[in-house]
Design a protein around this ligand. Structure first.
Ligand SMILES: Cc1cc2nc3c(=O)[nH]c(=O)nc-3n(C[C@H](O)[C@H](O)[C@H](O)COP(=O)(O)O)c2cc1C
Length: 340
């Protein structure tokens, strides 16, 4: 057991009487207030120098923070100190929005899993742009994840993404187009061939644009989407978002399985790896892959790299295993996947 698992995790899991979102906000607040001296101590302990270059961007190491952890970028300087080689903020939307009613975030502890139906709670693209403008560079590449505002009808989605893109692309090393969250009604239909083609056409510019896909698509649908990504200048694919499946849960978590939302963590490990492998096989290295889903150990990260990922992101694994997992995953050898 690491010090985090032994000492810090039990405390954090008790914050707010065990309410996961209260613990999340508490932890983000603490991380946001870390001083440079503390960050320097953490950096010495956790930062890993194992550079890779993917879609023309140089990363100090291949392990990133997945979208959703720091939606509004409030704790940005903390993440590189905790070992992350890149950070994806967001998902943000053109309009600020409160997200779904609480409770909307649940830990399934025996399964090392999380169910969330946050619904893109965020302060909006303009607020994030203002924060990033004031903060300046964070020392590692920054990805910015864009989603559709709930108030915007699906047929106006492109303009909604474009509004956020114009505000935020100047601060981004890459833009992630989130069309795969299960928690915004209709959003996943934007993964359809013509919708994603329109979106990629509108967002064409100097900033690399990656498409984040759901793990619940059929192989046929993924293949079709990849074709559009290749023909419309996408810089890569992020695979995967959370799943609607409830397979792989421990008996003790069966009651929580009934909660609506996307499932992440250990039950997603196998599925995410299969999607990454499929994307790799279909695209033959022409489209770099950011692998994400159920990385709970350095071995899981190694498996995603083996399956074809050039970069790997963590969310649930960080909640359950803390920064030692980031360091261990960043030290996995053989990360540099050839892409053409
Ligand atoms: C509470 C929570 C919020 C999330 N919010 C977002 C989000 O806003 N945008 C997004 O693209 N993915 C979001 N995700 C999905 C993660 O980025 C990631 O794709 C997924 O959790 C699988 O990785 P994991 O098993 O390491 O958690 C969220 C995940 C969780 C658990």
């Amino acid at each position: 057991m690491t010090a985090f698992e032994r000492a810090l995790r039990p405390v954090l899991f008790r914050v707010g009487g065990g309410d996961a979102e209260t613990a999340h906000e508490f932890t983000l607040g603490r991380l946001a207030r870390l001083g440079e001296r503390t960050r320097a101590v953490l950096r010495r302990r956790y930062a890993v120098d194992a550079p890779v270059e993917v879609f023309g961007v140089r990363f100090p190491n291949a392990i990133g923070l997945a979208a959703g952890m720091d939606k509004n970028g409030v704790a940005l300087p903390a993440w590189p100190a905790l070992g992350f080689g890149f950070v994806e903020v967001g998902t943000v939307t053109a309009h600020a929005q409160p997200g779904n009613d609480k409770p909307r975030l649940f830990r399934l502890r025996d399964s090392e899993a999380i169910i969330n139906r946050m619904g893109f709670n965020n302060a909006g693209a303009a607020a994030l742009a203002a924060r990033l403008g004031a903060l300046g560079p964070i020392g590692v590449p920054l990805g910015i994840s864009l989603g559709k505002s709930k108030v915007t009808p699906l047929d106006q989605a492109v303009d909604d993404y474009l509004t956020s893109y114009r505000l935020l692309a100047p601060y981004a090393d890459y833009i992630a187009v989130n069309v795969s969250s299960p928690n915004t009604p209709g959003l996943r239909t934007l993964q359809d061939k013509s919708a994603i083609a329109d979106l990629l056409t509108a967002l064409r510019g100097d900033t690399p644009v990656l498409v984040k896909i759901a793990p619940d698509l059929t192989e046929w649908a993924v293949a079709e989407l990849l074709e559009v990504c290749l023909s419309h200048g996408a810089a890569g694919v992020i695979a995967t978002n959370t799943t609607l499946s409830r397979d792989g849960l421990a008996a003790a978590d069966q009651a929580l399985a009934a909660e609506d939302g996307g499932l992440s963590g250990r039950p997603l490990t196998e599925k995410a790896s299969k999607v990454v492998h499929f994307v790799r096989t279909e695209t033959d290295g022409r489209l770099p892959i950011v692998g994400v889903g159920g990385v709970m150990s350095a071995d899981d990260a190694a498996r995603l790299f083996d399956a074809g990922a050039s970069l790997v992101q963590l969310y649930s694994g960080f909640i359950y295993h803390g920064p030692a997992l980031v360091r261990a995953a960043a030290n996995v050898p053989g990360r540099a996947v050839e892409t053409r």
